[in-house]
Design a protein around this ligand. Structure first.
Ligand code: NAD
Ligand code: DAU
Length: 351
């Protein structure tokens, strides 16, 4: 792990991961990010510039991706780049197909080309030492659970939204490059992340921001959908563990056994900010809304020795404080374009 290509490193998890790697490993980090609405270079302020390079560009741009592999002698890829918001995938599925599926396949093809010992031999499955492609995937590829049970790595893929369908498709391409070409790879499937630098279209930062400014808190449906929350630092630590110890071709689920109904999260934020339930507004449900996610983390904990460090109480207290202390960061994000999106989502139809 000398030269890591991190894609989507200006987003929520990618920027936390780049800081994590900088603190734990001396590798050179190349961050390839298109800086869509979700990419924000402010997330990376203060990063050590001697070992870090930023390149603005698209993971679907094959020529650019190949140049980066050659110029920086890339030996590790961590692919975060994605359209990541389920609600947006309902109104604009095509960009999810392009970025999440084609983008992943473009990166896989470049990795195969640059990492094979004999690039022109289509039957050769030998790769340079120490190379690895890590696909950052999601528990949403497994679909929805009923009241009981958890997702294991053997649960059948059953994605329900265009977002999760695109992530499942990307996973299958990663699998196929491993099976057909022998590409050294892992897939990680994590549950919902929370923590600093999350774009405020997602549940937790959206609720903190609205609550603080006494805006209504839009709860979809009955608010009893369950998500399994993990602090973003624990996700970064898990990815680093899989990079170091993961067996090539294996999938690893990541989660901290921390199931909460959405309404519990909203009430926790209301309570923490000293507001009242009067701010809650039940709005029409998300189409195809998955009822419950829960991760069985036995494989990564028992085989690789990873475990989460944060308790939910500590993590949420720190996270709420972070958003309150970083109002300038939030203000800079809440640009014209983002305000238009929020108006479209939550005005006539939803509120
Ligand atoms: P995010 O939306 O905050 O960040 C995505 C980043 O990708 C942005 O910086 C954006 O500019 C960049 N990007 C988008 N299209 C690109 C393109 N064509 N080329 C290059 N860069 C591009 O997302 P996130 O929440 O940080 O999620 C990162 C990854 O982790 C995604 O693959 C997501 O599916 C996965 N994941 C997220 C969660 C979660 O709870 N947020 C949980 C599990 C897995
Ligand atoms: O499970 C992992 C996934 O978690 C990641 O793969 C996705 O990239 C990430 O966005 C997240 O998906 P969710 O759809 O679970 O996250 P979101 O924050 O959009 O919503 C969390 C829950 O809160 C979900 O049940 C919908 C609900 N919700 C969300 C918003 C934005 C509301 O009730 N009101 C809202 O305003």
């Amino acid at each position: 792990m000398n030269n890591i290509l991190v894609t989507g490193g200006a987003g929520f998890i990618g920027s936390n991961f780049i800081k994590f790697i900088s603190a734990h490993n001396g590798a050179t980090i190349i961050n390839l990010d298109l800086l869509t609405y979700a990419g924000n270079l402010e997330n990376l302020k203060g990063i050590n510039s001697a070992t870090y390079h930023f390149i603005k560009g698209d993971v679907c741009d094959s020529a650019l991706v190949n140049t980066i592999f050659a110029d920086y002698h890339i030996d590790t890829v961590v692919n975060f780049a994605a359209e990541s918001h389920v609600d947006r995938s309902i109104t604009q599925p095509d960009i999810f197909l392009k970025t999440n599926v084609l983008g992943t396949q473009t990166l896989l093809e470049a990795a195969k080309k640059h990492w094979k010992k004999l690039p022109d031999d289509k039957y050769s499955r030998e790769y340079k030492a120490g190379v690895k492609f890590l696909q950052v995937s999601t528990d949403e590829v497994y679909g929805a659970l009923g009241k009981t049970g958890k997702f294991t790595e053997n649960t059948a893929l059953a994605p329900n939204s265009p977002y999760s369908a695109s992530k499942a498709s990307a996973d299958l391409f990663v699998r196929s490059y491993h099976e057909t070409f022998g590409l050294p790879s892992n897939i990680t499937r994590c549950s919902n992340n929370y923590g600093p630098y999350q774009f405020p279209e997602k549940l937790i930062p959206l609720m903190i921001n609205n609550c603080k400014t006494d805006k209504q808190l839009p709860v979809y449906g009955d608010g009893m959908q369950v998500r399994d929350w993990l602090h973003v630092q624990d996700h970064c630590k898990a990815i680093y563990t899989v990079l170091q110890k993961g067996i090539s071709g294996e999938v690893y689920n990541i989660g901290g056994n921390n199931e909460k109904a959405n309404i519990e999260i909203v009430r926790l934020i209301i309570h923490n900010l000293g507001k009242t339930d009067a701010l809650i507004r039940y709005v029409p449900d998300r189409p195809g809304h998955d009822r419950r996610y829960a991760i069985d983390n036995t494989k990564i904990t028992s085989e690789l020795g990873w475990s989460p460090s944060y308790t939910f109480e500590q993590g949420m207290a720190e996270t709420i404080k972070w958003y309150l202390d970083n109002q300038v960061w939030l203000d800079n994000i809440i640009s014209g374009a983002y305000t238009d999106y929020l108006n479209e989502m939550y005005t006539t139809e939803r509120l």
